[in-house]
Design a protein around this ligand. Structure first.
Ligand code: ADP
Length: 487
């Protein structure tokens, strides 16, 4: 590729798989840069060095970052995501921004000083660049933690020649989490009071990190076209729909892909029996192993899987409402998740009530997630909203048929087989109601039980769909090119 076409991008994210993950953001941040690097671009990642990150890394530099009147040191260490592409060894450089006080903790989020922790990330990511002599064309920011980077670039850094031509793109992975804090947070960023207005970062008297991204980014995008439309309405806009409507012409939607190398049922070392589209009968062995692992009777019944953050976004209360009806079927249900105590306790109770039909694992367990994707027959996502959703993409790849509420990215990636015939790959419904969910589960079970040959075809079709990053990464490149003015 000619040098002038080779884009330089700094990708900033708090979660990056395989280093730190609570949800889909990590999957995207760990795989989209790989895809862009394999297309010949210079894409590097910056993220906090959390305690749980144990990968090989080497010291690069250190410098002070001011937070109010206090100075904190940022130590930059470099690691990588190494991968093979067409037999070539490639890698995405990862800059781990290390600060003992702020990041050497067990978890990723939900500390009393999150505003400081992520203000540090924003400032350190920008300050690092001249020191490591990397002058990106684009800084790609992800979710609320990185929103103020867009503000800082425009309000402060662009006065320095080094940053003058750097553009920003802000990706919304979930609009619900916005990071709003008391006004005083403004002083962490050394910007003037004039940015604290409703047109800029002020949000009902508070400083809103997400809004800083939405107002100041050169381009905004979110992780499906449907969610890009939905968030301009009061139902999905999380009180920021006004800002998004105002920025409509700069707001895009690109559906996520998944990493087809890491998530490949024919090679995945985490599952019990590898299989592919020509050997789907082997998938059963994963089901039996999963039943055993979850303490359920090993037998030939349809298994419904669910893997999720346990939050109100995910429509889990609908399952709790209808669990007795769902369990009237001859099925097993396997749930892996962690989050709100209300749901953790609720599902544990359901397990106690149905010990032979319900398997519950509360916690975060990535290898078990793979065994559920591989071992289940159906995968349930009754989400209230879903910006993109990756669970349905993983389950399709593993021949596990999704049952979803058609919202956000789910509406773009799952098509009801009873409506779309040969184009169908799952079961969908539209209204956010427990009755519709129940009817759809029952419809799927009937299909499974009464049409075994068609079910096999459906499984093969699901596994053959291409939801890899290729297409979506090209769309990101189009956006990047638009930003830097290359046709
Ligand atoms: P969200 O980003 O809203 O959490 P997504 O469907 O986009 O939802 O992505 C969720 C990702 O997190 C998937 O990779 C899923 O497998 C994973 N995941 C969620 N909960 C767990 C858990 N408890 N253990 C392991 N993986 C999980």
């Amino acid at each position: 590729m000619a040098n002038k076409d080779r884009l330089k991008v700094l990708f900033v994210s708090v979660e990056v798989a395989p280093f730190a993950k609570t949800g889909g953001l990590a999957d995207v941040a760990g795989s989209l840069p790989k895809s862009l690097v394999s297309m010949g671009h210079d894409v590097r990642i910056a993220m906090p060095k959390f305690q749980q990150i144990k990968t090989d890394m080497k010291y690069v530099t250190d410098f002070p970052v001011t937070l109010n009147n206090r100075k904190e040191t940022c130590i930059v260490r470099e690691g990588e995501i190494a991968f093979k592409y067409n037999n070539e060894n490639l890698s995405v450089p990862v800059y781990f921004l290390d600060n003992y006080h702020l990041y050497d903790r067990e978890g990723i989020y939900c500390y009393y000083d999150d505003a400081e922790r992520f203000a540090f990330l924003c400032k350190a990511a920008l300050d690092m660049l001249p020191k490591i002599e990397f002058q990106p064309d684009i800084i790609h920011c992800n979710d609320w933690h990185t929103g103020p980077i867009c503000m800082l670039l425009n309000e402060k850094y662009k006065q320095y020649p080094f940053y003058r031509n750097t553009k920003s793109i802000f990706t919304i992975h979930n609009l619900e989490y916005q990071g709003h804090f008391p006004k005083e947070v403004l002083w962490l960023f050394d910007v003037g009071e004039e940015v604290f207005t409703p047109e800029k970062v002020e949000f009902y008297g508070r400083f809103n990190f997400m809004k800083a991204g939405l107002v100041y980014a050169d381009i905004i995008n979110t992780v499906s076209e449907t969610y890009a439309k939905e968030i301009k309405t009061p139902q999905y806009g999380e009180m920021l729909e006004g800002v998004l409507i105002k920025r409509s012409k700069d707001l895009y939607g690109i559906v996520n892909g998944i990493d087809y190398d890491v998530f490949n049922p024919s090679e995945d070392p985490r599952i019990v029996k590898n299989y592919d589209v020509n050997s789907i009968e082997l998938k059963k062995e994963n089901k039996y192993a999963l039943q055993k692992e979850m303490g359920l009777p090993v037998k030939d019944v349809p298994v419904i899987g669910l893997i999720s953050r346990l939050s109100s976004q995910k429509g889990l209360n609908l399952i709790m409402d209808e669990i007795d009806e769902i369990m009237k079927n001859d099925i097993q249900f396997v749930l892996l998740g962690q989050g709100d105590e209300y749901y953790e306790t609720g599902f544990r109770k359901i397990q106690e009530k149905y010990p032979k039909k319900m398997g519950v694992y509360i916690g975060f367990n990535a290898p078990l997630a793979q065994r559920i994707y591989a071992g289940s027959d159906l995968f349930l996502m009754p989400s209230r909203f879903e910006p993109c959703g990756l669970g349905q993409l993983f389950s399709l790849r593993y021949g596990t048929i999704p049952i979803v509420r058609a919202t956000g990215g789910l509406a773009e990636t799952v098509f009801d087989v009873e409506k779309y015939g040969e184009k169908g790959n799952g079961f969908t419904y539209t209204e956010f109601s427990s009755k519709e969910m129940l009817n759809t589960i029952n419809r799927a079970l009937k299909f499974y039980n009464t049409k075994p040959e068609e079910w096999k075809k459906l499984v093969r079709r699901a596994m053959s769909i291409d939801n890899s990053w290729d297409r979506s990464a090209r769309k990101y490149l189009e956006l990047y090119r638009k930003l830097v003015g290359i046709k």
